[in-house]
Structures are given as C-alpha cells and as structure tokens.
Design a protein around this ligand. Structure first.
Ligand code: 5GP
Ligand code: ZN
Length: 139
C-alpha cells in the first residue's frame, strides 16, 4: 500500500466506496464523480502507477474483470455501449497515480465523443516517419 494514495485507501476500506466487484487481486467501484450512470473504475489491489509496471498476470486479471463487468454495468443502467479507457500518466489526464480502467456507459445521443477525441491536433506524418516509428516500436 502506498501512503497517501486514495485508491489504496479505498482497497483497504479506509475510504468508503460503492464496491461492485472484488477478488484477490482486483477491486472495482463506482466513480464518485460519474461521467455517466454506472461509471466504474477497475483497479489492481496492489499499487502500480502505470500500465507497463503491472506484472503480466495482474494485467490479465484487471482486463478480465473489465471484460466480465462491462455487460453487467451496461445492463444495470440500460446503456447502449461503453467507452473503456485508461489515462496512463499525468499528461494523459491521470489524476490518481494508481492504475485504473474507466468503464463509462454510453447512450445513443449522449453528446460524448469517441476515444479519437482525446488527443490534441492530429500530426501530419510522412510514410518515412511512420516507417521509422514502426521499426522503433518493433525494436
Ligand atoms: P483519472 O483522471 O486519474 O483517470 O481518474 C480518476 C477518477 O477517480 C476520477 O474520475 C474521479 O472522479 C475518481 N475519484 C477520485 N477520488 C475518488 C474517490 O475518493 N472515490 C471514488 N469512488 N472515485 C474517486
Ligand atoms: Zn495506490
């Protein structure tokens, strides 16, 4: 447990939450400031700041919980769809430095946007630049 981490305190029961799922490794609860009814956060119980820090098995457990919770959330609030996302680092909007996946119920005509709306201006990249990025990531 990380001192001063709100989500570690929620896992420990020191801060109350509306808990919708819990197992040995994963905890899920309703966001206190929901963007839609049923807005849920799914977190590893152990404190990690960014996605890449999670041990592979724990990543799998978190995603497995996201996967099984999503249809239950959709049916609980009669949603048409869900946006599932992670703000991975403060520059991406992460305010709580404990990995958490957002499950946000979506409704036809809700006025929201797609994941494509989260980044800034779209870059104009040449084929060469795209090739270089491809090979750098592949390593
Ligand atoms: P982030 O911007 O870090 O991806 O999202 C953090 C989320 O945690 C926000 O949507 C915020 O409403 C939620 N949150 C922050 N503090 C608490 C809390 O004490 N309890 C609950 N349930 N949600 C919280
Ligand atoms: Zn934490």
């Amino acid at each position: 447990m990380q001192e001063d981490c709100i989500f570690c305190k929620i896992v420990a029961g020191e801060i109350p939450s509306r808990t919708v799922y819990e197992d040995d490794n994963v905890f899920a609860f309703l966001d206190v400031n929901p963007l839609a009814p049923g807005h849920t956060l799914v977190i590893p119980k152990e404190h990690y700041e960014r996605v890449a820090e999670l041990p592979a098995e724990l990543s799998a457990s978190v995603f497995s919980a996201v996967s099984s919770l999503t249809p239950r959330i959709e049916s609980a609030v009669d949603a048409d769809a869900t946006t599932i996302g992670i703000n991975n680092g403060p520059e991406a909007g992460q305010e709580v430095p404990h990995v958490h996946a957002h499950i946000i119920p979506r409704f036809e005509g809700d006025g929201g946007g797609p994941i494509h709306a989260v980044a800034g201006d779209e870059p104009l990249l040449s084929d060469e630049e795209m090739d270089k990025i491809e090979s750098t990531i592949r390593g």
